[in-house]
Write a protein that binds this ligand. Structure first.
Ligand code: MF3
Ligand code: CO
Ligand code: CO
Length: 293
């Protein structure tokens, strides 16, 4: 039997990585908070083509980083790989310098790396990935004034049968949620489908963190719940809308807390978590995934 992994603790965060002058930064970089987006969530065909480009870069970056999730790698090294990939494609890593909650520091890295019981917003640092870890990589690219956002879960080595199931069920839950996103329905249909599917396997779908409108803003203000929120979150899905679906499923209780770094969110019990995320566009005939490599 492999030794059981200790709980995750904070490592050392490396100095800020540089971004060349020629790469356009989102307007929140260097600001206390991101400006509220007032332009709505339905976009022109021309705008969607630009989101498509950013989404593709984000998906390619995710695939590249995912290849390097192996025992022995640090999450800081994963960040270096993603940071350089995004820059090499003429894009900006949207999380770098993203403003935090009031009084909290901005996010300091090019992606979130959330290991095992970390639900989301883990900061890449000196943490060494071990055999069997579930590493969630959440990476977003900004180019031509548009963001594309996606996340995947990677197991270092083989993992246990249950951890593989957690990852597979989370992916399937996301895909089922996406497939439910048809014009004319309320966005809460997405969460209803996800939560129902998770419950079949004794898994909880996290309620505190949600999907969101994305494109000209990293987070537009539109909320996509991953649980049955009806009658709340009744926004009607329309053609031309772009948003994320990004369920976090817990193998246990979703009760959670934030570390005092202002970002890292962990389950209170130490229960493990998987997450997947796609950016999707709604067409007349239904959803289309944009974050494909
Ligand atoms: N990419 C995350 C999402 O899916 C947001 C991360 S914000 C950060 O919405 F500041 F933590 F990076
Ligand atoms: Co994301
Ligand atoms: Co997102």
């Amino acid at each position: 039997m492999a030794p059981v992994r200790e709980t995750i603790s904070k490592g050392v965060v490396s100095p800020l990585r540089a971004v060349p002058k020629g790469i356009t930064r989102p307007d929140y970089v260097g600001k206390k908070r991101a400006a509220r987006w007032t332009g709505g969530d339905v976009h022109s065909a021309e705008a969607i083509e630009r989101i498509r480009i950013s989404a593709k870069i984000a998906a390619q970056a995710l695939a590249e980083v995912g290849k390097h999730v192996v025992p022995g790698v640090t999450t800081d090294e994963l960040d270096r790989i993603g940071h350089e990939f995004i820059l090499d494609h003429g894009a900006y890593p949207s999380t770098l310098g993203y403003p935090g909650a009031a009084g909290r520091p901005p996010f300091p890295k090019a992606m979130c790396t959330s290991v095992n019981e970390v639900i989301c917003h883990g900061i890449p640092d000196s943490t060494v990935v071990e055999e069997g870890d579930i590493v969630k990589v959440d990476i977003t690219a900004y180019k031509n004034h548009m963001h594309g956002d996606n996340c995947g879960s990677f197991i270092a080595g083989e993992g246990t049968e249950r951890s593989r199931q957690l990852v597979e069920v989370t992916h399937e839950a996301m895909m089922r949620g996406i497939k439910a996103a048809h014009p004319g329905r309320e966005v809460n249909v997405i969460g209803r489908v996800i939560e129902k599917y998770a419950s079949r396997f004794g898994m909880e779908s996290v309620q505190s963190y949600t999907g969101h409108g994305v494109g000209p803003a990293f987070h537009t203000g539109l909320v996509i719940p991953h649980y049955d929120a009806a009658p709340e979150h009744a926004d009607v899905i329309e053609p031309g809308m772009v948003f994320t679906v990004e369920p976090m499923l817990v193998d246990g209780s979703q009760a959670n807390e934030e570390w005092n770094d202002g970002w890292t969110v962990v389950t209170k019990s130490g229960a493990w978590v998987a997450q997947f995320e796609h950016t999707i566009v709604i067409t007349d005939s239904g959803p289309e995934v944009l974050t494909l490599p």
